[in-house]
Design a protein around this ligand. Structure first.
Ligand SMILES: Cc1cc2nc3c(=O)[nH]c(=O)nc-3n(C[C@H](O)[C@H](O)[C@H](O)COP(=O)(O)O)c2cc1C
Length: 192
């Protein structure tokens, strides 16, 4: 069984993301989506900088997102084939709900950028955890859109970066396990 919510430990040991393209209704309500983002604000960060933020993409803005991704992709790759543009459209439209997680580093701070970016990754993971704790499944994607300056500029401004597109909904097909790290390589004991 995946995503067993009977206890925090049960959830951590059965946690499995949903594939965004396989996420269907029901998704979170607008209030739940906001709550998910607020819950992810409770993330460790050195220096209390909160070097991340979350942008909710309402469903009535998905067409606008699709148009943005297609235009940005075409601008960078004028020779793009129809299938590539279709993939951008599908990316923007998949799953019932979407939150864009931004890494928002404070460059004036003495806290190293690396630490701020680590915290942004942790905050994005907490978005996934919050969505799962509410009974949904989430999937964290980056792909081409996360590395396009034009797309980033539609959500924020440099030096911000898109940490991830977190899609949320209910798995329309049974989740399948993916390979997990070899415990022998994953954990060792320092022998000094
Ligand atoms: C930073 C980051 C970016 C990712 N981007 C993609 C992506 O673009 N496409 C993809 O198929 N999976 C991507 N993944 C992996 C998915 O989130 C994947 O479904 C996830 O690793 C499933 O693992 P889980 O079941 O342990 O949550 C990304 C993961 C991370 C952490």
């Amino acid at each position: 069984m995946f995503n067993d919510l009977s206890s925090p430990l049960a959830h951590l040991s059965t946690r499995r993301s949903g594939k965004p393209r396989d996420l269907a209704a029901p998704g979170p309500s607008p209030e739940q989506l906001r709550e998910i983002a607020l819950l992810a604000g409770r993330t460790p960060d050195h220096g209390k900088l909160a070097p991340w933020r979350f942008v909710i993409v309402p469903n009535d803005r998905r067409d606008a997102l699709a148009a943005l991704l297609v235009a940005a992709y075409r601008e960078e790759r004028p020779e793009a084939k129809r299938a590539e543009l279709d993939a951008m459209e599908q990316f923007a439209r998949q799953a019932p709900a979407l939150i864009v997680a931004l890494s928002s580093p404070r460059t004036e701070s003495h806290i190293p950028l690396w630490e701020q970016e680590l915290s942004a990754g942790a905050a994005t993971m907490n978005l996934v955890h919050a969505a799962h704790a509410m009974g949904f499944a989430a999937g964290w994607l980056t792909g081409w859109p996360a590395f396009s300056d034009r797309v980033r500029d539609a959500f924020g401004a440099a030096p911000e970066r898109i940490a991830g597109f977190v899609f949320i909904g209910t798995p329309a097909r049974a989740l399948e396990e993916r390979p997990r790290p070899d415990p022998a390589r994953l954990v060792s004991t320092w022998e000094g």
